[in-house]
Ligand binder design. Sequence first.
Ligand code: JFZ
Length: 594
Amino acid sequence: MHKIVLGLLVVFALMACNIPQKSQDNKVDVEASQSTDKMEWWRNDRFGMFIHFGLYSQCEGYWKDESIGGIGEWIFKHAKIPVDEYKELANTFTCENMDVDAWAKLAKESGMKYVVITTKHHDGFALFHSKVNDFNVVDATPYSKDIIAEFVEACRKYDLKIGFYYSQYQDWSYQGAGGNNWDKPYAWSKEGFKNYMDEKALPQVRELLTNYGKIDMIWFDTPGKMKKEESEAFLNLAKDVQPKIIVSGRVGNDVGDYVQMEDNDLPKRRPDFDWEAPVTMNHTWAYKRDDHHWKSAGYMLWQLTYSAAMGGNYLLNIGPKGDGSVPQESVNRLKVIGDWMKVNSEVIYEADPSPFVNAFNWGGITHKGNKLYLNITDWPKRQLSIFGLQNKVNKAYFLASGDAVETSREGEYLVLALPDEAPDRNATVVVLEIEGEPIVNQALVQKLDGQIILESELAENTTGRMTHFGSVKKWMKPKGKLAWDFEVTQAGKFKVEVITTGFKRMAWPEKPALWDGGHKVKIVVDEQEIKGEVDKDRTEKAPHDLYNDFKVAEMGTVTIKEAGRHHLELVAETIENSNKAGLAVRMVRLVPSK
Ligand code: JFZ
């Protein structure tokens, strides 16, 4: 038993050196979390603001005039800065343009209901006054006031729930804590880590949860090689001091209250547990002067509505500049989101997730009473069709204008007639008033336009590999397969395409995704079999994917003679992995062909 734990620790140790990928270690005990009502506000509110602010914000991605790759708050590690030198950043921390009231007001006006702020990130610097460690804003900086105290007060003024981000494992400026592998005396050690927990981390968490009144969430992160007892020590302390506090899954070892998705990655099938997606507005959490990869407000409204449809929370980040001011690019986008929320927030707050388990490519559905909200972010040309809604539709109209929408039935599809132009180019809501509770057919079904889209995330997957941004991650050996059962409504001849995407390393978003081609695969559709090579015959824009395009490989054609249930399998025969990506299947697509 202990040997197994040790084995896992080695895996976690390796992960701790990098930003961990979606790991099993933030799964939660669903039964335990669902059985309490302390999650109620969180499930109802759905939308929060993340704030990454600290000494690193002053660097703006530069160290000694050199541009440093990767996410901004990791500059200490990515530039391998000696601890003594990094600590000097405290001397210039004046926050001359910081207005924490404005941060809270911005969250409120954007329609956010809770905030999570970095009280101490991996660098070890505390934005609050700590009696146990003087590397904090009051004792070490010219600003010299407790930013957390000021911010908490502002949040209360605007009636925002309060969450504290605290890096419990990684602390790069404390000897023996996790994560520092470039400045020798600060390296992790067993004894040192225990000392760090007893002398700094646990006492600071106690300070945070004792000195600022009621705190609603604590957002632990990157548990690294922490043992279960250690995760539990943080959990128990938090619950002891604040009995109703919600504890993030990244406290480690399956003991948190909910699951944090991999940053910026949204699921294609609705999970049956509480989850939250932390998301950046550009590529970095902390401010970087050269990061201009700003997502559009429309994209963020897709993420927000889609997360709600999938039963998850959306935690959208701002990274104030070193002087404390919020980048104008963020303010502008939040204004658009806030204006949209003023009209449409009923589709988010207190709304139930979609009755459908599978995602749609046009947006997502949320649900309240007899209303289904179709939150349409990718405007379909003229009509939108939904397969499998069994209820009678009494009324259909645009939420914003009240104008009626014409609906009809084509077999099991409900078809909505829509204007050519989206009434709201970011996200248009159509309300369906239905009879009774929604009853739906969950089958993976052919689209009304004839295409059959089989996403890897929806496959029965025996490759032993998880999906990452929708694609099979690091499928390097021809083992296992992807299989789908699906429903055909229009039989015929189909072109078979295998679509792959690259593997994106999230700690270095600016680096191109890794990709391999030239794999030999076999595709079996019922009794038919085709063999072919998965390469890049052409590329296509990948909807909602900021890091990739679709590499489309044409495999041949198959004929499906009858409507009804069918089965498709993709089996790898050889896999190329010279670029360390392997066979990253995103989907198999069947396109009707004459
Ligand atoms: C962590 C931090 O390292 C990062 O600086 C930022 O604060 C972010 C919100 O959280 O990064 C992670 C942690 C976990 C995953 C991905 C990024 N994960 O599990 O996929």
